[in-house]
Design a protein around this ligand. Structure first.
Ligand code: ADP
Length: 249
């Protein structure tokens, strides 16, 4: 059976593009209440591994389970519906709608109450409460009426995090959430991700190794399509092999 507390588990994933094996037998085990970072130099296969877990790509072989359910081979939409949250895409925002409308849509898409006219009035109150809660949480309270497209890049990322959280994911996957942000925004988004991970485990793909070492609990280091190290931040920090691949890249 699964080790206690394992939420997202990838086993022996393999993915080739033509003759090139981008991911070659990768296993990743994301535990409950952890901030798990997937790091490695450019071309290591991180994004490919990430896409194999979210269903954006189908593995040639290997297994992915989310809360014990098989997800490998299912569509990305289906996997998202089973609780695989992806954040910081920005592409999931409706740019011409307001911040609040974006959040309300995400809550309603998830909320079965919208289907029940008897519960509708109560449902609307609940949606308003929840929207307010999420916007406060991601630091966008006061920006409710702003068009999504009028937010700064960092603001749009925060809104996208709000959309992902509105769906009650079992796990949150974030591919380079800090890329392209200002120093202050990186600080803010990093803190939020850390907070989220207390409730919802987070798998984070990130290039900034210093930032990862300050935020993460657990680290999987990839190099050339394989897992070079899987362990605690302290173990990754102490590893000569990890230092070498970063210096070499
Ligand atoms: P990382 O995210 O660690 O930088 P990627 O997963 O993006 O690495 O890429 C790993 C390797 O696979 C790279 O050499 C990349 O060029 C190759 N690759 C990724 N996607 C494709 C694709 N769709 N077709 C061909 N090669 C790809």
């Amino acid at each position: 059976g699964d080790p206690a507390g394992s939420v997202l588990k990838a086993q022996d994933l393999v993915k080739s593009f033509g003759a090139f094996k981008a991911v070659d037998g990768v296993s990743i085990n994301v535990q409950d209440r952890s901030l798990h970072a997937l790091i490695g130099p450019n071309g290591a296969g991180k994004t490919t591994a990430f896409n194999l877990m979210t269903g954006m790509l189908t593995p040639d072989s290997g297994n992915v389970t989310l809360a014990g359910q098989q997800v490998a081979g299912l569509s990305a939409g289906r996997i998202a519906g089973m609780g695989m949250g992806r954040s910081f895409q920005i592409t999931s925002l409706f740019p011409d709608l307001s911040v609040e409308e974006n959040i309300r849509l995400a809550i309603q898409a998830e909320d079965p109450l919208r289907m029940n006219p008897w519960l509708r009035a109560e449902g609307i109150d609940r949606i308003n409460d929840k929207a307010r809660q999420i916007l406060t949480w991601v630091g966008l309270a006061g920006m409710e009426r702003a068009k999504a497209s009028s937010l700064s890049y960092g603001g749009q990322r925060l809104l996208d995090l709000g959309l992902a959280l509105a769906n009650h994911p079992r796990v949150l996957l974030a591919d380079e959430p800090l890329a392209g942000l200002s120093v202050a925004e990186r600080e803010r988004v990093g803190d939020l991700i850390k907070q989220v991970s207390a409730d919802i485990p987070v798998l984070l793909v990130e290039h900034d190794i210093d930032r990862v070492f300050n935020l993460a609990d657990h680290v999987t280091v990839m190099n050339e399509g394989r897992v070079l190290l899987d362990g605690t931040v302290a173990e990754a920090r102490a590893s000569d092999a990890v230092r070498e691949i970063y210096i070499g890249s």
